[in-house]
Design a protein around this ligand. Structure first.
Ligand code: ADP
Ligand code: MG
Length: 299
């Protein structure tokens, strides 16, 4: 029966864009006026769709991902006056068969939201209180992990980029037909934060022994990242046209936050060296931040 379930589900859920479409339609059916979509690694590691819709009633949660459960029609006549995108009750259950799914939801009646973790057959395996507001957030982790051939399809960056483009096109179509809808898409978002020297300050530490006052963190972990260090040193050294500052590093603190799935911390036992899968994106973002920080008041 597990194999049958996997086969039928993999016919309903065929791609990243397909998952995004089903989840978005559920959000629209729930009357959402705001939908936020986040993807990690083109959706293969994580797809998250958050809405501010009416939520899922506590009594419906045990069956929400059961095959053919739908709250959208009660009888055959309802089909005639169908105003929702969904009515088959197939999507959520099928996604559970091909990925790891968690649903966080809160209705108007609920005091707080609850996060439900579902198993491959759509049963709730755990629940815990959560802090989210009214609406529903569905997260889909490691899509097609149990379908290596399907996963293999996404093994090239080219295919992944094509898929991302399809997601963007899909969202564009909904944005056109639903002009009141607030819709966002984030892919591998990087957050940067920190303390930087004031424009015009003496940027470089007096020590020439190494980057002892340049603190770089990746997801709260202190790291030595050669390329980020090099970028920082070059950026600040360039502020001294006479260049008395070889091998001196700026005094600053930089925090980089990236999706956990895009860092590998197991390069060295002390975990101070990390591999960033999207290194170029991070370097570009750090450089853009530095440029914008100092653009208005050049030294
Ligand atoms: P269908 O959309 O055909 O009803 P799904 O498998 O997509 O079937 O969803 C199953 C049920 O889970 C829905 O009928 C609905 O009750 C509930 N549900 C799923 N997603 C949401 C959501 N974002 N907001 C509110 N209810 C939802
Ligand atoms: Mg649906």
């Amino acid at each position: 029966p597990d194999t049958v379930r996997l086969l039928t589900s993999s016919q309903v859920i065929t791609s990243v864009v397909n998952v995004v479409k089903e989840l978005m339609e559920n959000s629209l059916d729930a009357g959402a006026s705001s939908i936020d979509i986040k993807l990690e690694n083109y959706g293969l590691d994580r797809i998250e769709v958050r809405d501010n819709g009416h939520g899922i009633k506590a009594t419906d949660t045990p069956v929400m991902a059961m095959k053919h459960f739908t709250s959208k029609i009660c009888n055959h006549d309802d089909l005639e006056r169908l105003e929702t995108y969904g009515f088959r009750g197939e999507a959520l259950g099928s996604i559970c068969a091909v990925a790891e799914v968690a649903v966080t939801t809160k209705t108007e009646e609920d005091d707080i939201s609850t996060q439900y973790v579902l198993n491959v057959i759509g049963e709730i395996v755990s629940r815990k209180p959560s802090h989210l507001g009214q609406g529903t957030t569905v997260s889909v982790l490691r899509l097609f992990r149990n379908l290596p051939v399907r996963r293999q399809y996404y093994s090239t960056t080219k295919k992944c980029k094509e898929e991302l483009k399809k997601v963007q096109d899909l969202l564009m179509a909904y944005a056109i037909i639903k002009p009141d809808l607030r819709l966002t898409l984030l892919h591998n978002k990087i957050f940067l934060d920190g303390f930087f020297p004031k424009p015009g300050a003496d940027y470089l530490s007096t020590s020439s022994s190494g980057p002892d006052k340049t603190f770089v963190f990746i997801n709260s972990r202190p790291v030595h990242h050669k390329d980020i260090m090099k970028l920082l040193r070059q950026h600040y050294a360039a502020q001294y046209p006479d260049g008395p500052c070889r091998n001196r590093y700026p005094t600053l603190m930089l925090k980089v936050s990236v999706p956990p799935s895009s860092v590998d911390v197991n390069l060295t036992p002390d975990k101070t060296q990390v591999l960033l899968h999207n290194k170029e994106d991070v370097l570009t973002a750090v450089e853009a931040l530095l440029v914008s920080l100092y653009a208005s008041q050049p030294r």
